[in-house]
Design a protein around this ligand. Structure first.
Ligand SMILES: [Zn+2]
Length: 583
């Protein structure tokens, strides 16, 4: 087994002459494609086929460059060659986006686009992507304004977004007389000692006080800019823009919220049971949301983790297990933490080679094995997407966490079998902590963001108004599950998701992905092995249509609350079992 990932499949090293040559050729390839789009043609079908071929070839040629640079930086942040390559790659990214705008306008200008697509096999196989490009032309900024507006964004919203990152990274928290970073203070929410959790929470809130004013300006500026962009692009509002970009309708989003809202009383029951277990009388204080419960002393080697995954997933779907075996043998995974390597975990796919690379910081806990299952779920999704043309692999945010969450669910169900009471409590709590974040906390974030966006038409919200709006949103979602005296009025400063200039309402996709995966798992439990090929086929089509159409094709109606209720029910059952164990 290899425990460092192998990047030599992309380039032998940064000294490989092919790396410099491919990087230097990239701008020319984008220019050539742009010229193809602009060139007049007698035979539009031939022109379109040429564009599609060049587009996909360009994607596949740039993939190894991005993989090499991005993956290197994630395990070796200071690598000089990878850092030096970032500027030309970012510039190529901008040129690519402008080429895509041209492509949109060209496709929208063809009155007979549908007939052209239907008249050719290659185009038909990419029909959704081509029609979507044409569709987005209706929501483009006036070409005369596009350049200046994008430039203004660089000095506007993007700067506020960066400022937010700097404030978050540099503010120091006075924790028990010691100055520690915000991330370190927040990590103490998982500490086994209740006094540590409470002190860290109080220190964290005091630290936000120091940066609340600039943070409030960042948030208002970014949301005001979003309102302007939605208006310039001809959308009804920011949510309309976000839903359209997510290939989702408002009806589906409402159906999901309806099922979540209905389950709030039972989900609050979990918080109350956890509060009781930890000796609180008035609901769970915010600082104990992530408190560890139960215990699992066992640790695992990476070989044991691999064996567990291969055995669990071999029973679910041999194709997943085979891919996992390849991942461990062929150096797909960078396993252990080390100096210079970033925290967390991710997966990145390379379509042209039908492989992925996974980064984790494995220390041997059960939760680390769950992380591996999660990231290898992304890798399996990438593998399934290789069944369709690369132009059809763009997966919208709400579906992006399906295969990963699904894998976590498969693993958790297996691990829970034969667990002791203490282990079961720990496993249930881990699952519920995550799932209530996805449902209850995400619901509060959605309500909050809606309020901030709506307010912009009237005025920018003051710090006090933002805090009040956050507490109001927490009351709507957590209700009596949380101690009303100990909530978190600064969650708007805490979560970076509110400050993305390109993605707004960057909250509901988590609820969608988490619940969608659980709904699929409920179907697997009912249908057994016959559901597996349906599942694989579904993953392959994540970039091939709107979310409603893709899900309808496997008999799932996401537009009404029923499917969502079935997904929510499995979390509610866990909450009830948890309360029962707590007694
Ligand atoms: Zn993920």
């Amino acid at each position: 087994m290899k425990t460092n990932w192998d990047l030599s499949v992309f380039y032998k090293s940064f000294d490989d002459p092919a790396f410099a040559a491919d990087l230097a050729a990239l701008p020319g390839r984008i220019d050539a494609l742009t010229a193809m789009i602009d060139a007049p043609a007698d035979d539009e079908i031939a022109k379109l086929r040429g564009i599609v071929e060049a587009f996909e070839a360009l994607n596949e040629a740039s993939e190894p460059l991005y993989m090499m640079v991005m993956l290197t930086l994630s395990t070796d942040a200071q690598n000089p060659a990878a850092n030096a390559a970032q500027t030309p790659l970012n510039r190529a990214g901008m040129a690519f986006a402008q080429m895509e705008s041209r492509l949109s306008r060209y496709l929208a200008s063809l009155d007979n686009l549908d007939a052209l697509i239907e008249g050719d096999e290659v185009l038909r196989a990419r029909g959704f992507a081509l029609r979507e490009y044409a569709e987005t032309a209706r929501h483009q900024i006036d070409p005369a304004l596009e350049g200046p507006v994008l430039k203004m964004q660089l000095s506007g919203g993007k700067q506020f977004s960066e400022l937010r990152g700097k404030l978050d990274a540099t503010v120091l928290v006075d924790y028990r007389g010691e100055q520690i970073p915000l991330s370190a203070a927040r990590a103490k929410a998982y500490d086994a000692d209740p006094a540590v959790r409470r002190d860290a929470y109080e220190a964290e809130l005091a630290a936000y006080k120091k940066i609340e004013l600039p943070m409030s300006y960042c948030l208002n500026a970014i949301k005001a800019e979003a309102c302007t962009m939605a208006e310039l692009k001809g959308y009804k509002d920011v949510l309309d823009m976000t839903l359209c970009e997510s290939r989702l309708t408002a009806r589906t989003l409402d159906a999901m919220w309806t099922a979540i809202r209905e389950a709030l009383p039972q989900l609050r029951g979990y918080f109350k049971a956890k509060a009781k277990l930890l000796g609180h009388k008035n609901g769970l204080p915010f600082y104990d949301l992530f408190a560890p419960v139960g215990s699992c002393a066992r640790t695992y080697t990476i070989e044991e983790a691999r064996d567990m995954l291969l055995s669990v997933f071999g029973r679910f779907c041999p194709e997943i297990a085979d891919m996992m075996k390849t991942a461990f043998e062929d150096g797909w995974i960078d396993v252990y933490p080390h100096a210079g390597k970033r925290g967390g975990a991710f997966c990145s796919g390379c379509y042209s080679k039908n492989i992925s690379r996974v980064m984790t910081n494995f220390t041997g806990s059960l939760s680390d094995i769950s992380t591996l299952a999660h990231e290898l779920g992304h890798a399996f999704n990438n593998r399934m997407l290789c069944r369709v043309p690369s132009m059809m692999t763009e997966t919208p945010m709400p579906l992006a966490e399906t295969a990963s969450t699904f894998n976590e669910t498969v693993l958790a169900a297996e691990v829970r079998k034969g667990a002791s009471r203490d282990e079961e409590l720990m496993l249930l709590d881990a699952s519920l902590t995550e799932n209530t974040q996805v449902m209850v906390d995400i619901y509060s974030r959605f309500l909050f963001e809606q309020k901030v966006v709506d307010a912009q038409a009237d005025h920018a919200l003051s710090v006090d108004e933002l805090k009040e709006a956050m507490l109001w949103a927490q009351e709507q979602s957590y209700g009596d599950g949380l101690d009303p005296e100990v909530r978190h009025p600064y969650m708007w400063a805490c979560k970076s998701h509110y400050y993305s200039t390109g993605r707004h309402f960057y909250n509901f996709p988590y609820a969608f992905g988490g619940l969608f995966a659980r709904g699929l798992y409920a179907r697997y439990e009912q249908e057994g092995a016959s559901f597996v090929p349906v599942y694989c086929d579904l993953l392959s089509r994540f970039g091939s249509d709107t979310i409603e159409h893709i899900t309808a094709s496997v008999g799932i109606d996401v537009t009404t609350p029923d499917f969502w209720r079935s997904a929510v029910a499995s979390v509610v059952a866990e909450a009830e079992r948890f309360a029962e164990l707590v007694g």
